[in-house]
Design a protein around this ligand. Structure first.
Ligand code: BGC
Length: 342
């Protein structure tokens, strides 16, 4: 196993741009070929991106000789806690967790750490848990990019609505912070806001239908992700407002990219999840091999400063769709332009 660690330094450097990893010395060859066991615990696979996260993580870990046990809690925190306990019992070497509730896992993570298991908080911070590594995107910047795109597109009435994900997801407040700062700096009023429990897209549709008064003179809707945006645009389309009220989201889901080239969404934020998943898998294998890790920064989890790797999100609009989304292979050109080209 450790033989493969010689590749880690180069890979992590390329993936995350974290300079200090370069200092890690390659391991001496050793004979231990027992496969590393990684437990990979997801919130759910309802949102398009997570299947990509899973597939890239699993295939990267396999390349390094590790075995991955994937669990899906279908959005239920008690199920997620039981799944983590099951993986602790199975004595996995490393746990990689996409938490459902950032405040709800500290105790079970302590159980894992007491059992000698290293823990990675993947994409979402697990608060007050002192995880061994937090790896995510700059979520505040996601919100900043959304806000800047709307300001650039023009907000004549200075009125926007915010349809976010659940407050249980630590990323949500970070995105909102970035977004609200840009709105504040530009004198834009946030006329209403909603937090979709469990990231359920239909809640955006319901909210718009239940608050028709907010649509009067509304310039734009910030959607916490592209699935919420899909649902919001459906509600707007039924009211013939689809291209009148500007929409932003994140994840660069295929439908969102299609809407961008069609003109019913201003932008999305692309987060290269392949990079995230690859880097996390490499870190997990490195940790399992007994390696120390070194990152350029830390992130506060509410109690502890934990080692952190934070990747850059990228704003995508109709102008850079080709460059960012198609040339990177994230989506196929014919799929993105399906409805606008013959
Ligand atoms: C992620 C988003 C994702 C959302 C719903 C958030 O924590 O940052 O990319 O769309 O969860 O799964």
């Amino acid at each position: 196993m450790k033989k493969r660690l010689m590749l880690f330094v180069v890979c992590l450097l390329l993936l995350t741009g974290c300079g200090r990893l370069q200092e890690t010395e390659p391991e001496e060859d050793q004979q231990d070929d027992t496969p590393v066991q990684i437990g990979l615990v997801f919130d759910s696979f309802v949102i398009e991106r997570w299947q990509k996260d899973r597939d890239v993580f699993v295939s990267t870990a396999k390349e390094y000789g590790a075995e991955v046990n994937v669990q899906n809690a279908n959005g239920d925190i008690d199920t997620q806690i039981s799944q983590i306990r099951y993986l602790i019992k199975k004595k996995v070497d490393v746990l990689v967790v996409v938490c459902i509730d950032s405040d709800g896992l500290a105790d079970v993570i302590t159980e894992a750490k007491d059992a000698g298991i290293r823990v990675i908080a993947y994409d979402r911070m697990i608060k007050n848990a002192d995880v061994d590594l937090y790896i995510s995107f700059d979520n505040e910047k996601v919100g900043t990019l959304m806000g800047e795109a709307l300001v650039q597109a023009g907000l004549p009435n200075k009125k926007v609505l915010m349809l976010s994900g659940p407050t249980a997801d630590n990323n949500v407040s970070q995105v909102e912070k970035g977004f609200c700062t840009v709105m504040g700096e530009n004198g834009i009023e946030i006329v209403g806001s909603m937090h979709a429990d469990g990231w359920k897209p239909e809640l955006a549709y319901d909210y718009i239908n239940e608050h028709p008064e907010l649509l009067d003179g509304l310039d734009a809707i910030m959607c916490g992700n592209d699935s919420l945006a899909t649902s919001a645009v459906r509600a707007l389309a039924e009211k013939r407002l689809a291209s009148k009220i500007r929409i932003v989201g994140q994840d660069a889901e295929l439908e969102a990219c299609q809407r961008i080239v069609e003109g019913t969404q201003v932008m999305t934020v692309y987060k290269p999840v392949e990079k995230l998943a690859q880097a996390a898998a490499v870190y997990a294998c490195q940790m399992a091999g007994g390696e120390g890790i070194s990152t350029d920064r830390t992130e506060y989890d509410g109690t502890y400063d934990v080692p952190a790797v934070v990747l850059e999100p990228i704003a995508v609009n109709a102008d850079n769709m080709q460059d960012v989304i198609i040339n990177s292979g994230f989506h196929l050109e014919e799929e993105v332009y399906l409805n606008v080209r013959d």
